[in-house]
Design a binder for this molecule. Structure first.
Ligand code: NI
Length: 272
């Protein structure tokens, strides 16, 4: 049983063979996939996919790259969409200072607005943070993501820590920052790059953070794990990330698969 906590089945790179990919998922050990929106259109598509496939759930939100096209009206449309059944999170939202596809002030503005949407609707948040560690953490704090009011919306984690229902997707930061986030109630998601030869930093994070705070993901069609690096990524490849984590933590593959699946179901409040 595996849960791919972040994939873009809604991406146009799956347009020509989506049915086939979804059939492969059904025949694989992957039991759940979170289909994540990156703009309004892809968020609508994620909700459609979730309606079509029992194992599929949706997150809706505007990626920092696409915030240049956001406006108040679209935010209201997102709000309506977020209330649909099987929408389990707001995301992916955040800041990307690597590509700077949208002006940084615009990125920050819509990051804040979408955090507020998640707080209003009491939904989990999926974060995209690329080379913007300080601003992302500062804004999350300023907007109240770790405030008692938010923490009280959700049951505590099994270890007793508060749960802010905040997910750092495709985590690529330092071990220290990961530890800081976990203390604040966040959850860390590990993607395919942990299988790459140069993954020193992420390897350190996986070793340091307890399995109960980790999720696994593909970020399909991007970030393909070894041994398929270079090909288009797909949710069934999430098993290679699980295998790598098992090796690093010196536990069985089955344990990683089961615990990360349970973690994701709890994080997204999926009971079926
Ligand atoms: Ni993504």
């Amino acid at each position: 049983m595996l849960f791919d906590s972040h994939a873009h089945i809604n991406d146009e790179r799956f347009d020509f063979d989506r049915e086939k990919i979804c059939k492969q998922i059904e025949e694989s050990p992957v039991s759940y996939v979170m289909d994540v929106g990156f703009d309004f259109e892809s968020s609508v598509k994620a909700v459609e996919d979730a309606g079509k496939y029992s194992w599929c759930y949706a997150a809706v939100g505007c990626h920092p790259h696409d915030t240049k096209d956001m406006d108040e009206e679209t935010l209201l449309l997102f709000k309506g969409l977020a209330k649909k059944t099987k929408v389990k999170a707001i995301g992916e939202i955040g800041l990307d200072y690597h590509y700077d596809h949208s002006d940084r002030d615009i990125q920050k503005h819509w990051f804040r607005e979408q955090i507020q949407l998640a707080l209003q609707l009491k939904l989990p948040i999926i974060i995209h943070d690329r080379e913007a560690n300080d601003d992302v953490l500062r804004i999350l704090k300023e907007e109240g993501v770790f405030d008692t009011a938010r923490l009280q919306c959700f049951p505590k984690k099994p270890c007793g820590l508060a749960d802010a229902r905040l997910l750092l997707h495709c985590y690529s930061g330092s071990r220290e920052l990961a530890e800081q986030y976990v203390k604040l109630g966040a959850t860390i998601s590990i993607a395919g790059p942990v299988t790459y030869k140069n993954a020193r930093k992420t390897v350190e994070v996986v070793k340091a953070i307890a399995l109960e705070h980790l999720l696994i993901e593909t970020d399909s069609p991007y970030l393909t794990p070894e041994p398929f690096r270079g090909k288009r990524n797909q949710p069934t490849y999430v098993m290679h990330t699980a295998e790598k984590i098992a090796e690093l933590k010196e536990v069985s593959y089955e344990e990683v698969a089961q615990i990360t699946c349970e973690n994701a179901k709890r994080f997204f409040d999926i009971t079926e």
